[in-house]
Design a protein around this ligand. Sequence first.
Ligand SMILES: [Fe+2]
Length: 188
Amino acid sequence: MTMVEIFSRIGTQMVKGMMVHEQLMKAYLFLGLNGNAACHEYHHLSETKAYISICKYANDHFDMIIKSDDKFQGVPDIIPQSWYVNTRDKVDTSTRTQAMEEALITWIEWEESTKKVYENLYLDLEKLDVPAAEYVKSLVLDVEEEIVYARKELLVKRSMAFDIVSIMEEQEEMERTFRKKIKKAFNK
Ligand SMILES: [Fe+2]
């Protein structure tokens, strides 16, 4: 792969990731789980920031523009069609907990596939440009952290059989935590 192909592939994967977080944020808002929604709002924003940064990196270091060329295929469809014709007050507990488990699984699978994409591109890049490869390596490490967090959350929720009372109880604190992270990441 050429340098421009590698960076375009990374950029496309990032935009897809933003689309995944946007859907997860909307799904959690609909489910009334505002803490989880804030978590995906944070990831949507920070990945948008990372995308802008890689566009600038490619431009500054290699004088090139990132091309999104695969029509963003392969983005999982997270929100069931039935939700669009329903209102959030109709969501019952079993729908809420089942949707949460599915959302966590989709999130983990998405980030694991993203990690593989970045890892392979990192290996390609290593042969072409060491500093650029290091830059992409930092993306792999970021995704790895996201996977660790999401897997831990799924494990904890499964171990408590998706107890809705504790899920609802933790929402406020979770939202506060992610609001702080958003503020820290964007107050520069
Ligand atoms: Fe992500």
